[in-house]
Structure formats: C-alpha cells, structure tokens
Design a protein around this ligand. Structure first.
Ligand code: PEP
Ligand code: MN
Length: 338
C-alpha cells in the first residue's frame, strides 16, 4: 500500500502513519519528494484497508498496490487449474456443457431431461431444487424431495449433478445426496457466510457472478471460498444488469478473457439467464466458446412451454442437440474439443 501525504505534512503526521503501519505488523519506507511525501508499506498489505489511513491528519490518499485476491490469482498459480468434477475435467482442453432444466419439477420431467442431456452429448446436468425467486408467491422449488429426484434421474446416465445451495442449513443434505457441484447463485455471490461454509468442504463450487458485481468483487468472493481451503471454484458469467431492457441481462463476454487473465480457475458462461430467451441462447453460447469459456450452463426442458420456471429461456431437446453441433466447430476453431 502507498500512502500519499499532503503538501504541508508535518513530521508528527508522518510519524502517526508509520506507527499505524508498525502496529499492523508492517514496516514503512518514507520517500520525501519535492512536491509530496509518499509512505510505502513493506510487508503483507492485504489486511490493510485504505480507511485505516485516509482519516489521519496529513493523509491525502491511500491505495493498494497488490491485488486483494491471492489464492485465486494467476500470479500465484500461472497454469490453468483443471477441476475434477466426479471424473469430468473442467478447465482443460475439453469444453463442458452442463445442461438441464431451470428447476426440478417431477420425477418424469427429470428422467426425460437426463435422457436428453445424455443424448445431446453433455457430460453434466443442472437443475435447481431450491429456487431463488423474485416473488415469494411463485414456485420455490421442490426442496429435498427435488434433490432426490435429480439424483435418481442423473444416476441412470452417470451424469454429475449441479444444483444451487441457498441456505447453509442445507449443506449437510447436499453432502448426503452427494451433489457433485454446488452452485452459488447470482443473488448470493456476496453471501459471505455461505461462501465461508462452502470453502470448508471439498466439493467443486460454481460461483455465479452477482448481477451487479464488478470483476474484482467477484474474484474477492471466490477468494472467500479459497481462503477456507476449497480451491475447486468455477466462475460463471451469467449476464449483468445494465440500462438495456430488451433482454434479461447483458452477457459480459469481455469478462471471459479478463477472468482468464486474472485467475487460473475455470470460467464458464450461462447464456440462458443472460439473454432470457431461448432464441438468443445459441448465439451467446457460440460467442462464449469463441471467447475462451471453459464450459456453458444451459437451460433445457423436455417441454419448455410447460416449464414451471424460466420457460422463455429453456431450449428444447432438439435445440440443445443442434447447439452441440454448432459448438463443436467453434471449439475446434479455438483449439478446444467438445
Ligand atoms: C439458475 O441457474 O438457476 C439461477 C437461478 O441463476 P442465477 O443465479 O444466475 O440467476
Ligand atoms: Mn433459471
């Protein structure tokens, strides 16, 4: 951290800043220029905040010079991390398409979904048993019963399952059901207690981007999980809120190369919640794969018009199969496989 002092700073004021640094276990390097005196912190500056210095008399500004995230940063781990999801690699040369319905509805719907996911050539399946709905009066998910239906349907095709955890109190149930990937949804990206809990277990986590989160807030959220010991984190860009209302969210394609630069962890894209309409999914998926995404999280329903949740954005089984065909060519063009 660098602390820039005011033009007319006194020795006493400099002394107070140095003392604060020393109290925090760091050393100070004082550099007196013609216009300004600058104090550099020597040591691990991550526990420091700018507000520890800016209120002190004589301080003009304070700024971090190293990134606040460490374990998830590419600086700390230059090679790509490949996460093993129950035998399926995520983050390697092979791109993974995770498909399935928005929510678990019935056993029959899940059995059919699993069959179509498998037939389309996808290796992982999604489905929400606990749904974060905007209205408390709409379908909230089948809960524990839904997890059970999901597990039963997916097991037939040996598809690892991805499902959202909203409440820490459900974590043991998720572990009992042996959920393969825990999804943290956009609304919980900064639910720090939830992040700390999934940080203590040894299960892959898909961390969706908060709908209004900056890249650095997202990386810091991942750092919360990593700091607890769980480094099996997959970032998922799912669209952000902007002034545009034509579509549900704006898919931030730029986030893909930026994240790939900043972190060694896999980055996947959810084109369904980004566009919010089934007809946009193919174009957004293709853009994501072309931009370097390690996978996709796509909503597919055996019969979208009857879906209990997000009916507008679900692909039909035929559309999913067709999408897999177009992605194959793009994957090859960027040196990947599907
Ligand atoms: C979902 O994937 O089912 C979901 C609710 O997504 P998000 O958290 O991105 O809205
Ligand atoms: Mn959905």
């Amino acid at each position: 951290m660098i602390i820039v002092m005011n033009r007319d700073v006194t020795d006493e004021q400099i002394g107070a800043v140095v003392k604060r640094l020393k109290d925090a276990g760091l050393e100070a390097n004082i550099s007196r220029g013609i216009e300004r005196t600058v104090i550099g912190a020597i040591g691990d500056e991550r526990p420091l905040t700018e507000e520890m210095f800016t209120p002190l008399p004589g301080v003009e500004s304070a700024m971090h010079i190293v990134k606040q995230y460490k374990i998830v940063s590419r600086e700390s781990h230059p090679q790509n991390t490949v996460i093993d999801v129950s035998g399926i690699p995520v983050g390697g040369k092979q791109i993974q398409i995770i498909a399935g319905p928005c929510s678990v509805e019935t056993q029959e719907q899940m059995d059919l979904s699993a069959k179509f996911v498998h037939e389309a050539g996808c290796r992982l399946m999604r489905g929400g048993a606990f749904k974060p709905r905007t209205s408390p009066y709409t379908f909230q998910g089948k809960g524990v019963e839904g997890l059970d239906m999901f597990r039963r349907a997916a097991s037939k095709y040996k598809l690892p399952i991805v499902t959202e955890l909203m409440d820490i109190r459900m974590l043991d149930t998720f572990l009992e059901q042996d959920v393969d990937v825990i999804q943290i949804g956009t609304r919980n990206m900064q639910n720090f207690d939830l992040l700390k809990e999934v940080g203590r277990i040894n299960k892959p986590v898909i961390l969706k981007r908060g709908m209004s989160a900056t890249i650095s807030e997202w990386l810091m959220a991942a750092e919360y999980i990593a700091a607890g010991g769980n480094h099996n984190i997959i970032f998922c860009e799912r669209g952000i809120r902007t002034f545009e209302t034509y579509y549900r969210n704006v898919l931030d394609v730029t986030a893909i190369p930026v994240l790939k630069k900043e972190t060694h962890l896999p980055v996947i894209v959810d084109p369904s919640h980004a566009g919010g309409k089934a007809w946009m999914v193919a174009a957004l998926s293709q853009a994501a794969v072309a931009a370097g995404a390690d996978g996709l999280l796509v909503e597919m329903h055996p019969n979208p018009v009857d879906a209990w949740c997000d009916a507008d954005q679900a692909l039909t089984p035929v559309e999913l199969k067709k999408l897999m065909g177009t992605l194959d060519a793009i994957a090859k063009a960027v040196g990947r496989t599907l």
